[in-house]
Design a protein around this ligand. Structure first.
Ligand code: F6R
Length: 614
């Protein structure tokens, strides 16, 4: 979490930094700050609690001149969100300023030693220790700032992406990363620095991704220099960004989340483009085909993921086991990494992550690597840490997802997992051609089906008004629809702050049914499948206890429409693709309830889009 931006060159840094912070606000938005070296060489820091917009107001009457600067938008880990804990942090003599994304785990020990040497601390952050340590090393060893940063980082335990500027030097920014992302944009006599490419794309499409354990010396009149902590220089690989500015704007929608929900017909087209044959006879997923022996000889496939991506993985488990008869396990990355898991060299581990930066998922990848497993990534952000740490992978290609609540990435992930299953099932010879074609044609039809589900927008908006003030919700589903129920509940709770639980419908009677009364809305996904009758019975059980049922049913529904209080009718798709179709009204339902409650839909409290801390 936290977003980092930097600029050094010939233009005014301030507007570039502020615009960049707005782009990165999804990463954290409890406080923001900026450090600029002005033409006289003064190093000015301005920072405050609140959003980037508050920082803009705060700096209105301040000297923000200068062509070199760094800026930060924070998601608090150590120290509450307030003006003092906001980044950048000054060193003791106020000659160095630093911003940081990550956690310095040994900050307490380092701080103690610095206090003994007369250093005083203003904030409660772990970050301030690092800038103080840099100054301490620089002043006691008489080295350059670059050497001091390098030496300080050798003493640090934890994760970081940092940027450092110094009083009197408007030519240079020093940056470094370990387990938190950092990318440098290459301009003409100017450089841009950011946590991801979104603040950079406006100015250049030429970027260099800084690797773990590397430092960058960014001097506006010299070529970019990248070294490791032992000062061994790395060969710089310039990559071209494939991204457009319009993808980063709201395009007339009031929120990114609504835009992203409505983009899904197109993002699914982008996801399957060039991968599914027009007649549904074949699916080509090159990352899987190139490694088909690994997959087909796998002892198990293990998905590792967090949050929404974990829900998608549960659907992936169901599809792959069902179609390919390969055993699949799904793990929370945060649990997997710390519980000494059994991993065999002939396991295939699939890491699922929209951002490609989730710290726990990245760490789970490292654990699996140590055991010799083959690692496959399903990511959205091109060039992200997980995408680069895996042996192979498939991008979901849904474009930048900016709303904190994941929507189009979820449907993209399930789409890719279906393509993986089809590819493997065909290679293994365990699917008949008609069965294969039915699902592949279902993928081709998805954009149309999702577009048709989006036509429910008005109905869902009206329905949301009835339930805006509910205090709790239960979401139920069976089979493929069970992870979809959990995902629907997650969407509601994270943006509306209403407590919601997703459950397998049949588990109701083992406990949660005690919660049912006339105050409890229950969303039941009851689309047509071989356990439809069982789901109908579960609905009867809820109605018998006066629960209020909002049912999501398919077009040909026969029974539920007569017993549910409210029905949302979605088009039919092959069963394994129904979680994608039913997710659309559930996303809209959560969205409109949050809007009715006046919530900050794109930036809900306490959350951040990219969880780069444990
Ligand atoms: C929920 C949501 C989160 C993410 C989770 C993993 O809407 O967005 O639960 O799914 O933080 O993030 P990624 O997929 O980036 O690893």
């Amino acid at each position: 979490m936290c977003g980092i931006v930097g600029y050094v060159g010939k233009r005014d840094a301030y507007p570039i930094l502020i615009k960049g912070l707005h782009r990165l606000e999804y990463r954290g938005y409890d406080s923001a700050g900026i450090a600029i070296v002005n033409p006289q060489g003064d190093l000015n820091i301005y920072k405050c609690r609140g959003k980037v917009f508050d920082l803009e107001k705060f700096t209105q009457d301040k000297d923000v001149s200068g062509t070199a600067g760094i800026a930060h938008t924070r998601w608090a880990t150590h120290g509450e969100p307030n003006d003092v804990n906001a980044h950048p942090h000054y060193s003791e003599s106020r000659s160095i300023a630093l911003i940081h994304n990550g956690i310095i785990e040994n900050y307490a020990v380092l701080k103690e030693a610095l206090v003994e040497n007369g250093y005083t601390f203003q904030s409660c952050t772990d970050t301030e220790v690092l800038v103080q340590l840099i100054e301490y090393i620089k002043s006691t060893t008489n080295c350059s700032l670059f050497e001091a940063v390098q030496s300080a980082l050798k003493r640090v335990v934890g994760a970081y992406a940092i940027a450092v500027v110094e009083k009197g030097n408007y030519d240079e920014i020093i940056a470094a990363r370990k387990s938190s992302p950092l990318v440098v944009g290459m301009g003409d006599g100017e450089f841009f620095l950011a946590s991801d490419a979104t603040p950079i794309i406006e100015y250049t499409d030429q970027v260099v991704y800084i690797n773990d354990g590397e430092m960058a010396l960014i001097n506006r009149s010299k070529p970019l220099k990248v070294v490791n902590l032992d000062n061994v220089e790395t060969r710089i690989g310039i990559e071209k960004l494939e991204m457009s500015i319009s993808q980063l704007e709201k395009g007339g929608y009031p929120h990114f989340m609504l835009k992203e929900i409505h983009e899904q017909p197109k993002t699914i087209v982008d996801c399957i483009r060039g991968r599914v044959a027009a007649d549904g006879s074949n699916v080509v997923l090159s990352g899987v085909l190139a490694n088909k022996d690994k997959f087909l000889n796998a002892r198990r496939i293990i998905f590792v993921a967090c949050g929404t991506s974990w829900h998608a993985a549960l659907i992936g488990e169901h599809i792959i086991e069902d179609m390919c008869r390969i055993p699949v396990e799904v793990e929370y990355a945060s649990e997997f990494r710390y519980r000494n898991p059994i991993i065999y060299p002939d396991d295939v581990v699939i890491a699922v992550s929209q951002s490609g930066e989730t710290a726990d998922t990245l760490a789970a990848v490292e654990v699996a690597k140590q055991h010799g497993a083959f690692i496959f990534g399903i990511c959205n952000v091109v060039g992200s840490s997980i995408a680069r740490a895996t042996d192979s992978g498939a991008y979901i290609h849904v474009g930048p997802e900016i709303g904190v609540a994941s929507t189009k990435a979820f449907t993209g992930q399930v789409t890719v997992m279906t393509m993986i299953a089809l590819t493997l099932a065909k290679e293994k010879g365990c699917i008949s051609q008609p069965e294969f074609t039915e699902v592949a044609q279902g993928l081709l039809a998805l954009p149309r089906l999702v577009a048709s589900a989006l036509e429910l927008d008005k109905q869902i908006k009206d329905l949301s008004k009835i339930f805006t003030y509910a205090h709790n919700f239960i979401y139920l589903g069976r089979g493929y629809n069970y992870p979809a129920a959990m995902e629907g509940a997650l969407k509601l709770k994270e943006i509306s702050y209403i407590h919601a639980e997703g459950y397998p419908a049949a588990e109701m009677k083992h406990g949660p049914i005690a919660l049912i009364d006339s105050e409890m809305p229950v969303v039941v996904i009851a689309t047509a499948n071989n356990i439809y009758d069982k789901t109908v019975s579960n609905i009867q059980e809820i109605k018998a206890r006066n629960g209020r049922v909002i049912a999501v049913v398919s077009e040909n529904d026969t029974q539920v429409k007569d017993i549910a209080d409210y029905c949302i009718t979605v088009p039919e798709a092959p069963e394994c693709l129904m979680p994608i179709v039913v997710s659309v009204p559930l996303q809209l339902f959560a969205y409109y309830i949050a809007v009715n409650k006046g919530r900050d839909v794109d930036q809900p409290r306490n959350l951040a889009k990219s969880v780069t801390v444990e």
